[in-house]
Design a binder for this molecule. Sequence first.
Ligand SMILES: Nc1nc2c(ncn2[C@@H]2O[C@H](COP(=O)(O)OP(=O)(O)O[C@H]3O[C@H](CO)[C@@H](O)[C@H](O)[C@@H]3O)[C@@H](O)[C@H]2O)c(=O)[nH]1
Length: 414
Amino acid sequence: MHPKAIILVGGPSRGTRFRPLSLNVPKPLFPVAGKPIISHHIAALSKIEDLKEILLIGFFEDSVFSQFLQDAAREYPNLHIRYLREYQSLGTAGGLYHFRDEILRGNPEQVFVLHADVACDFPLIQMKKAHEGHRGLCTILGTKVPREVANNFGCLVAKPDTNEVLHYVEKPESFISDLISCGVYLFDCAIFDEIRKSLENKKGNVETDIYGREVFQDGNKLRLEQDLLRPLAQARKLFVYETKSFWRQIKTAGSAVPVNGLYLEQLLSTNPEKLAKNTPGGPEIVGAVYIHPTAQIDPKAKLGPNVSIGPNVFVGKGVRIRDSIILDNVDIKQNACILHAIVGWNSKVGCWSRVEGTLPAAHNSTAVTKNGLKVQSVTILGKEVTVKDEIVIRNCIVLPHKDLKQSCENEIVM
Ligand SMILES: Nc1nc2c(ncn2[C@@H]2O[C@H](COP(=O)(O)OP(=O)(O)O[C@H]3O[C@H](CO)[C@@H](O)[C@H](O)[C@@H]3O)[C@@H](O)[C@H]2O)c(=O)[nH]1
């Protein structure tokens, strides 16, 4: 079987919850565990036999992905990776339909579709095996989540013996199931006939643009979930493959911290040579820590677990960093402490200062409630923020280019 793959990368307007980080980098390219979010998708896809082509579909400007595509071509010379731009947001299935000729070129039999904003170990080979063992048109990756958060996702009710999906309900109002869709699918290419059918059902909402292309009237995008998966479940053509391994959405900027930790933990068991080690005369490393080769870490610093340090970062004597992402060119002066935080590009943290979020993030949430108010549990410093010596920044989001001269807590610093 010869499959292709699509990564739905979305577009700029959807990155608002990812602020302030999305002001400087589109979310799909934000680095977790030392590489852009979608590089983790591509690494998993590269292991599928006979998969030669990956299409990123979204509505960012073309230039956004050009450097990334050049780097990916060097890393995966056998994969053809391209970006296809929707002229406007067409919805999660609209882009698939719009680019159907590109997708079907070369007659693939199957197509993987992956949301860019999820993190997991992408058990694609196992999904493919399961898919080829049943008569469905789609196998969807599912996972169990705590009951109280299940309604934020696409919920699945499946037959336990056959994994056939009996009901699919997108973000239901009341509890239906704790088995949810992970945003990772494997479709037979016959799915394009189903998309055509659901398009015909929406016919009243379709117009033809000046180029003769079918477009959906604004607000009537073609949605993979409601317009395709739900009817597929009704027709008994949808099956679930449940993962017992980690899975997490990346919606808010703060959610990058736990995702970074999950990918680092995965590296610890699969490729520990990519992680930092304790060496004589080196800094103290606890658990899974990634350090870019160009970063300079004082031997008296202590890092980890769950820390990623980007290129050209300088970490001074006595610094303590845990559960954090430190982006390129950051300068952390001696005895500073960074916990549950993201420190943006070119920022500076002064001596003896603390930049911290108070709690490890709960499952699929980075907000905690204090006196009835929602506060951040991760502190995020945007690009080029300066934190003066001996101050404490706790549970704050700090927009780029701010100069913090006094301590602050539970604030959005604009
Ligand atoms: N190309 C393109 N991509 C899009 C568009 N709209 C969304 N996306 C991409 O599609 C993915 C899903 O985004 P949302 O539409 O925001 O859906 P959601 O709230 O994340 O929920 C979806 O994902 C959950 C798993 O993370 C599912 O549980 C849920 O059922 C649903 O499929 C993201 O990667 C997003 O960038 C679009 O118009 N065009």
